[in-house]
Design a binder for this molecule. Structure first.
Ligand code: ATP
Ligand code: MG
Length: 395
């Protein structure tokens, strides 16, 4: 009857409903299995180390990449072999367990990124890792840790630093060798050309005084001209010698050398120049560093004479905390285009920079078109009272 029919129908509905639920459950279980499967594959395939730790920092699960990185077998891992190892910070000092990314993630309840951790292996070898850790609260897991092996990139970085250091030593040596050559050239000029010219000059004076009047009348103008030429050549050689080896630098120091450079500049190019000296006396910096400052000033002044169309130049030399700073400022046309200034044929700015960097210094060139240019160089000095000119012996 109607009631029985209704009951039957509701029973059928219920069965269908149950079937649908069972089917849905089956599907969702299958998909959970599938996604677990995917996750596990990923877990074992990823090239970074992954580990799940309990809130007490016990290892619950770890992938094979992690075992590879820390060079432990599963057995060693579960025997907690890692606990007896030493760990070091990026600077090589000992690292305590509380500094680990995992410990900090747990303690601070936040994700900790890229903690550089060196693992000292039993054979003394160091594995460098970068470790990140995030606190989680799923089942018994307390923290997920991701570990990347950075040993190779650290080594590459170190090698790069080392080759930079070598390059620095080389450029310093280059500057020294160049100065030695110049000094030798100046000596040759002085001893050979200079002496010979001086002798020639004396001979001419004597000849001039001994020639009979009638001959003087004939050859006098030519002889006078020769004597003038010799005198000019002597002055020229002296000039070249001063450029090659500014004796004033050796004898009276950097300030005096810069001052004489400036006065020569003013008389040669008719550009006004002021020299603002340091309030504190500049210590002697060693021959090579002083020469570096002077050469940079020479090149900067030469650039001003050639390119700047300036009316006034000001030069300052200051001692700061750990460095001596020289700046050369002009009020000329400024540098219009840096691309143009750095074109392959131009070496002045590059050489200035390399000279400064060879001694651990820096060179800055600032310019506003139409308003002039400032060249600033600062070189740190070692305040140990040692003269650095005798360095060659160490190389
Ligand atoms: N004080 C300055 N005022 C204006 N322009 C400048 C100044 N100093 C440099 N420049 C510009 O920068 C360019 C590069 O200078 P840099 O000294 O490197 O080379 P250079 O003087 O052209 O050639 P060199 O190799 O003989 O020194 C110059 O050609 C010039 O255009
Ligand atoms: Mg130049």
């Amino acid at each position: 009857t109607a009631t029985i029919q209704a009951m039957n129908q509701s029973l059928r509905d219920e069965i269908a409903e149950r079937k649908r639920i069972e089917e849905a459950l089956r599907v969702s279980e299958a998909s959970a299995r599938a996604s677990e499967e995917k996750l596990r594959t990923l877990f074992d395939l990823l090239p970074v180390g992954i580990s799940f730790l309990s809130p007490q920092a016990q290892v619950l699960q770890i992938n094979s990449a992690m075992l590879n990185i820390i060079k432990l077998s599963k057995d060693q891992l579960f025997n907690q072999a890692y606990k007896t190892r030493k760990y070091i910070r990026a600077d090589g000092t000992p690292m305590s367990l509380s500094e680990f990314a995992s410990a900090r993630a747990l303690a601070e309840a936040r994700t900790i990124y890229n903690v550089e951790t060196g693992i000292v292996l039993e054979n003394g070898q160091v594995i460098w890792t970068s470790v990140s850790a995030a606190p989680v609260d799923v089942a018994e897991v307390g923290v997920v840790v991701v570990t990347v092996d950075i040993t190779d990139s650290k080594r590459a970085e170190r090698e790069l630093q080392e080759s930079h250091r070598h390059l620095g030593i080389l450029s310093q040596r280059l500057v020294e060798v160049q100065e030695e050559e110049r000094r030798a050239l100046a000596r040759e000029l002085h001893d050979r050309v200079g002496q010979t010219l001086a002798a020639l000059n004396i001979n001419l004076i004597i000849i001039n005084s001994q020639l009979p009047a009638e001959i003087i009348q004939q050859t006098g103008p030519r002889l006078n001209d020769s004597m003038k030429l010799v005198a000019e050549t002597i002055a020229l050689v002296r000039d070249v010698m001063t450029d090659l080896r500014p004796a004033v630098l050796d004898d009276y120091g950097l300030e005096a050398a810069l001052e004489s450079q400036l006065s020569k500049f003013t008389s040669r190019y008719n550009i006004k120049a002021v020299f603002e000296k340091s309030d504190r006396p500049i210590p002697r910096l060693g021959a090579t560093i002083e020469m570096t400052f002077l050469r940079i000033a020479q090149e900067a002044l030469m650039n001003i004479a050639r390119h700047a169309r300036a009316e006034q130049v000001s030069l300052t030399l200051q001692q700061e905390e750990q460095a001596v700073c020289l700046s050369i400022q002009d009020d000329g046309i400024g540098i219009e285009s840096w691309q143009e200034a750095n074109r392959p044929g131009s070496h002045g700015l590059t050489i200035m920079r390399e000279r400064a960097e060879a001694f651990g210094g820096r060179l800055k060139v600032k310019s506003v078109p139409g308003q002039g240019t400032i060249v600033e160089v600062s070189i740190p000095f070692k305040n140990d009272g040692q003269d650095q000119s005798g360095k060659e012996g160490q190389l």
